[in-house]
Design a protein around this ligand. Structure first.
Ligand code: AHM
Ligand code: MG
Length: 330
């Protein structure tokens, strides 16, 4: 049984000039994940013990879980000192840590609780994180450019899925590794080393309610998924949870494609490049899959704003290439 902490230390030699800072940083994420996990597990009790925004018996105001997760991850990252700033889907502006050590060189971008609208109905949600080396000099306050780096500059990325089991999945550019939390001990054990996504899959995940608003290439691809062709295992299976981390995790294990395209009413799609698409793109590429905006590699997009949205096609390599061909054709 190898724990997450042991595994990270064992792999530390993969980084040239490793000083253990990234190891510490991932440790901070692991700690916050456990705290958030504990709170999420109590979510169903909120109606009994007090609703969000209402004071509990200790006189503390109950927070919405996504804000709670934001605070916990921020606090854990600030406390360790390896991180000089964070940008979060929950905050309008990036946050510069005054208390950062003068040599702290990492920035973290995160979606602290993605898919939080699913909590009310007891469906899995997740935390997504993305880690970069700052580009501005150490010892100075972070600047916007530290956060607006293309995805291929990421040094690590991952997610925590609060599902039937809680798992932490991450990459540092040396494969994708998954750890499952033993709830009785609060320890993450290595359960999925070197995860690989099959190059072909039979699952497609998209909010088909928006069908009429999709680009023609996506509509053609959906028809292709539904055609009968036993040789290529079609029709494919449609699975959409509406919680990116859960849909991604299933497709990673089984093979499949996740699509959130542009729509007539949202020409740039819904998902955020920096907090959702880049980290997932890093993971899927490390697992042998592909992530694109329908035409170009996600991780090559040069961001221009923190909360930038982008159409997202992510999953098994052949499936992404098939839909890309249809996007180009129509
Ligand atoms: P959020 O960051 O506000 O939670 O939104 C992101 C979520 C993803 O988890 C999910 O894949 C998508 O939104 C679902 O959107 P829709 O309900 O439009 O299908
Ligand atoms: Mg989100």
């Amino acid at each position: 049984m190898i724990t997450l902490g042991e595994y990270i230390i064992e792999k530390q030699h993969q980084f040239p000039n490793a000083t253990g800072e990234l190891t510490q940083l991932l440790g901070a994420i692991r700690l916050a994940a456990k705290v958030v996990n504990r709170e999420i597990n109590k979510a169903g009790l909120v109606d009994i013990i007090g609703a969000t925004g209402v004071e509990n018996v200790q006189g503390e105001v109950q927070q919405k879980l996504d804000l709670y997760a934001n605070e916990k991850f921020k606090a854990a990252l600030e406390a360790r000192g390896e991180v000089c700033g964070v940008a979060s889907e929950e905050e309008d502006e990036f946050v510069s840590f005054d208390s950062a050590r003068s040599d702290s060189k990492y920035v973290v971008l995160m979606d602290p609780l993605d898919g939080s609208s699913n909590i009310d109905v007891n469906v899995s949600v997740g935390t997504i994180f993305s880690i970069y080396r700052r580009v501005s000099p150490c010892g100075t306050p972070v600047v916007l450019e530290d956060f607006l780096q293309p995805g291929h500059c990421q040094v690590a990325a991952g997610y925590v899925i609060y599902g039937s089991s809680t798992m932490l999945v991450y990459t540092t550019g040396h494969g994708v590794h998954g750890f499952t939390c033993d709830p009785s001990l609060g320890v993450f054990y290595l359960s999925h080393e070197n995860m690989r996504i099959p190059s072909d899959g039979v699952i497609y995940s998209i909010n088909e309610g928006n069908y009429l608003k999709f680009p023609t290439g996506v509509k053609k691809y959906l028809k292709y998924c539904q055609e009968i062709d036993p040789a290529s295992k079609r029709p494919y299976t449609s699975r959409y949870i509406g919680s990116l981390v859960s849909d991604f995790h299933r497709n990673l294990l089984k093979g499949g494609i996740y699509i959130y395209p542009s729509t007539a009413s949202a020409p740039k799609g819904k998902l955020r490049l920096l907090y959702e698409c880049n980290p997932m793109a890093f993971l899927i590429e490390q697992a042998g899959g592909k992530a694109s905006d329908g035409f170009n590699r996600i991780m090559d997009i040069v961001p221009t704003e923190l909360h930038q949205r982008v159409p997202f096609f992510c999953g098994s390599q052949n499936m992404v290439e098939t839909v890309e061909a249809m996007m180009r054709e129509y």
